[in-house]
Design a protein around this ligand. Structure first.
Ligand code: CA
Length: 237
């Protein structure tokens, strides 16, 4: 999917959340605009002409549902709603806001980007190629969040998945533990407080031929970790 020309409008009054989402979307190749109130959102929608709207439910002025309702009167633009609590989704669906997808806070920014891609692809008729990461016998479907290792489906926790995706998207680049934690911030995994080292260890047990002598997710002593694509790909891909 050509995302270069795709503009996304984030409607959210919390600057920290906007900044977080913006960073991830820009990294994924989107252009990003933002609005912090309901009235501002309606103006921005007309001026900015986004391909997709990310709409927070709780906003000053009028809320995300009201914005969605008003925009639906004049446009079929895909809308992803952000909600503070999972229970609110039922309410949103019940009210038939016209939203295309829902993400409850706190959320994984990487997963939100996956949802954005999926919703845009659906809106475009579903003909675009899925977003896959493939290297060294590993295959990650970033939209379905599925992993295969040597053609075997592999169960990773959400954090392990995001960690592996981060490293595989930047093969050879060394990430410090702090960079890894920062990259995964905004997510609420039960195990978030556990050290990066522990997550790497568990990930290795799932994807390395010999977890004691890792070939894919390598330790860079005194710095952090990196993904090293195999020179001789012995995977079945
Ligand atoms: Ca808000």
């Amino acid at each position: 999917m050509d995302t270069m020309s795709k503009r996304i409008l984030i409607v959210e009054d919390e600057a920290r959340v906007v900044q977080l989402i913006r960073g991830y979307l820009e990294q994924a190749g989107f252009q990003v605009g933002s609005a912090s109130t309901g009235p501002d959102a309606l103006v921005q929608f007309d001026v900015y002409r986004p391909a997709l709207l990310i709409l927070d439910l709780m906003l000053p002025g009028f809320d995300g549902l009201e914005i969605a309702r008003r925009i639906r009167k004049k446009s079929d633009v895909p809308i992803i709603m952000l909600t503070a609590r999972a229970e609110e989704m039922d309410r949103i669906i019940g009210l038939e806001s016209g939203a295309d997808d829902y993400v409850s806070k706190p959320f994984s920014p990487r997963e939100l980007v996956s949802r954005v891609r999926a919703v845009l692809r659906r809106a475009e008729g579903g003909l675009s190629k899925a977003t896959m990461l493939e290297s060294s016998g590993l295959r990650l479907d970033l939209e379905k969040r599925e992993v295969w290792h040597n053609n075997q489906p592999t169960d990773l926790t959400p954090l392990e998945f995001d960690l592996l995706a981060l490293l595989m998207e930047n093969p050879g680049r060394v990430f410090t533990r702090l960079q890894i934690l920062e990259s995964l911030r905004g997510v609420t995994y039960e195990s978030f407080a556990r050290s990066v080292d522990t997550h790497v260890k568990r990930l290795r047990q799932k994807i390395e031929r010999d977890p004691q002598n890792p070939e894919l997710v390598l330790t860079v002593y005194g710095v952090g970790y990196k993904f090293a694509p195999l020179k001789n790909n012995h995977g079945a891909l």
